[in-house]
Design a protein around this ligand. Sequence first.
Ligand code: AMP
Ligand code: ZN
Length: 119
Amino acid sequence: MAGEPQSDCLFCKIVTGDIPATIVRESETTVAFRDINPQAPTHVLVIPKVHYPDAASLAVAEPQIAADVLREAGLVAADEKIDESGYRIVLNTGSGAGQTVFHTHAHVLGGRGMTWPPG
Ligand code: AMP
Ligand code: ZN
């Protein structure tokens, strides 16, 4: 069924606790944890507990949970005190855009200057 945990998915295993992570926030529908390979002083991933491969497919199937991911990203930014200086929410979609884990995740990046266009 859509959204069900996938046995071969790293982030589903973080949701269940089978793989450890440094969790910084949790809600009924989401988990936020520190990226293992941080690209900025603050680099947190916000994921839905349900499994969808990317943000757009999550939004089609479960729009409220897609909104929950964005709300939690904002709350992470406030917790980390990067909300006033500015932060970036990144939703890599597809391997050509750098997506390596096919369970929706929002990168929350901040604590340093950000350039545009992104790399
Ligand atoms: P993406 O390249 O957009 O799919 O992002 C996947 C992110 O997951 C990368 O930034 C990785 O550093 C991060 N990552 C991979 N494995 C783990 C893990 N076990 N715990 C925390 N972050 C991870
Ligand atoms: Zn998953």
